[in-house]
Design a protein around this ligand. Sequence first.
Ligand code: ZN
Length: 412
Amino acid sequence: MTHLRKANRDLIKEINRNIVLNLIKSRGPISRTDIARLSGLSLATVSGIAADFIESGLVREMGEGESTGGRKPVFLRLNHQAGFVVGVKLMEQAITSALTDLDAKVLYHRVTSLQDQHDVQAVQGIIIAAVEATIAESRVDRARVLGIGIGMAGVVDGQVGFCRYSPFFGWRDVEVARPIADHFGLPVYLENDVNTLTIAEQWFGYGNGVDHFVVVTVGRGIGAGIVVNGQFYRGALGGAGEFGHITLQENGPPCDCGKRGCLEALASDPAVVRQARAAIALGERTTLAEAEPLTLEAIVAAAEAEDKLARRLLADSGRWLGMGIATLVNILNPQLIIVGGEGVQAGEWRFGPMREAVQAHAFNGLADDLEIVIEPSGDETWARGAACVVLGELFKSPVHKGEEVDLMAVMA
Ligand SMILES: [Zn+2]
């Protein structure tokens, strides 16, 4: 009984701390009086919590507010440099790692080659070395690093830090996070890479304040991150948004996932390159026959130079993408679609036809007020997204945290 009462008291204390911290984060600089007024907590409770935060360095006092008679209130603000997190984007050939402050501002980033290693232990070793180098080279106090976020393509179970399926690495039910967490003695969060980008968009990008939006990524693969009712949507197994693997053409070209005719096999960057190779082999007249290496960049350049094949292939890829997005629109009815990923370099050659296909295939009226924004995003943005996963845990209410590691306890 006493134990339970203590547990409840601790939880309430933790919730109060979270409320105060989030008010300082979202409304700061803010006075203790205003925090008390907005939260309904007593001034004494707010002052006690604020004193803890100030002692830990997470919150700072600054300036003086307008006097309302008597003592002038001192404002509190979040100390963005009180802690740091490392975001890692794990790709087929390389790792991008970025160190950010508590505002998700990237202070330092680096790229580390995977040297064709796909074995999980070898990859974990390279991630550990990359994170070590990121912390050392950014010259922040290692004790101030609060956690590590890792984003990767595939089906990821973030609760237990397992990769359930990665077509790129050929992994099935592989434990990724724990050995890295053990090495650093820090919480490590594993998340699908498109999801990390979606979380970053929701916090700091076009998705901020939008209740229903989808992030679609085009590049090496095609994926989607979904926000419904202001909540990030993971699905039962964390596999929501495997948008690239909806079948659009029965018995179509083979896909990395082992099936045929997936959107990704028809419209991703490698799919466009494959189609160009096939057309050249069939003797189609194109300047691409001389392109070495034949890449999406080369195809975009040829489209700019009025190459008919290049323009047709980019337009086809856009139309497939638009058909897929129309299906998303019919199911989710979002207000906003954000298109990102390395494939955005194809510009309007791809996205003009994509917009037309969305209009042509979406259910009557659903695409009328739909906003579609194309956002160029570098690997650094993806790594920043992975850092946002850690920050999200830091500022998340303890009610939603479950049994996960308590970052606030680490801070204190
Ligand atoms: Zn597939």
